[in-house]
Design a protein around this ligand. Sequence first.
Ligand SMILES: CSC[C@@H](O)[C@@H](O)C(=O)COP(=O)(O)O
Length: 368
Amino acid sequence: MKVDGKHFRSIWRERDGWSVGAIDQRRLPHEFVVARLTSCDDAAVAIRDMLVRGAPLIGATAAYGMALAMREDASDAGLKRAYETLVVARPTAINLKWALDEMRATLAPIDPVERAEAAYARADEIVEQDVEINRGIAANGLALIEAIAAKKAGETVNVLTHCNAGWLATVDWGTATAPIYLAHERGIKIHVWVDETRPRNQGASLTAWELGHHGVPHTVIPDNTGGHLMQHGMVDLAIVGTDRVAANGDVCNKIGTYLKALAAHDNGVPFYVALPSPTIDFAVHDGIRDIPIEQRSGVEVTDMTGRTADGRLETVRIVPENSPVANYAFDVTPARLVTGLITERGVLKPDRASLAAAFPERIAAAAE
Ligand SMILES: CSC[C@@H](O)[C@@H](O)C(=O)COP(=O)(O)O
């Protein structure tokens, strides 16, 4: 998508042909800084420390991490070590394991001397595939927005989103934002309520940044505002992303998503989840019981970083010194609260039969 008129992706191969460039998302919205990853360890740290984040981008970074690892050591032991280093970088987004499994399936059967080249080629494919998938999500989600716009006879369509499931969380377009960007391109009047998304504020710092730089009208709201807006008819639909969808349609996403789904249900607001097929985990049958929920450092809760009036970046503590804090990074929204799953193969009912019918090849792979 565009940053002040110039097209960017969140990750790319650098001109040298082997190192990997990525926007350092820890620095946004205050500074636009590009990081250069030159080793498998760089990729693992970038994922762990959230220089890159968002389920599809985590997968893409891991794929390039495997390619970087194959330059260092393409032996069977090197392949195993790279897989094991990267797969533990973050626990919840299944796209990480999906991308690593894809890479390993490509690399394990071939001669080590060919592995580095093959790894870059497969990683590039994963990256391009992500963009294509998101274009599909954009087209399928657009139909939902167009239907609401038609009912509202040209009045602005108000979409609520949580966290950042935008182009920064993928390679390009985003998942939840893909239909929004396409609707905006098609001239539909659209406005986005952006949940700030405590504690890391991905909504306030990333979604607001990318929508603003692409020219999409939006308003940042504190996380607890959504229910009020829905009660007053100010939200036409919610679209969120996801880090893992279980085979039964349960949706794991950034902490707070569940509360928004409850508020949407109570107010008759359609609640959609946008996802690329690599986010479906057919090996998990009950999302609430079995999806691992990442717990992150309490510092993300106790401290906040921002720009001071005189332009300095400063971190301040907002919690009393001795108060314990908890930082569950994700929650699971039960399938019954989800209106539909916007995928590259259409808008699906959030249930086992619909997911299985749309992605039969993924079921077969999960059973192997
Ligand atoms: C298209 S990204 C979907 C999700 O990954 C997104 O909504 C989210 O929860 C991101 O969490 P994060 O902790 O910032 O990686």
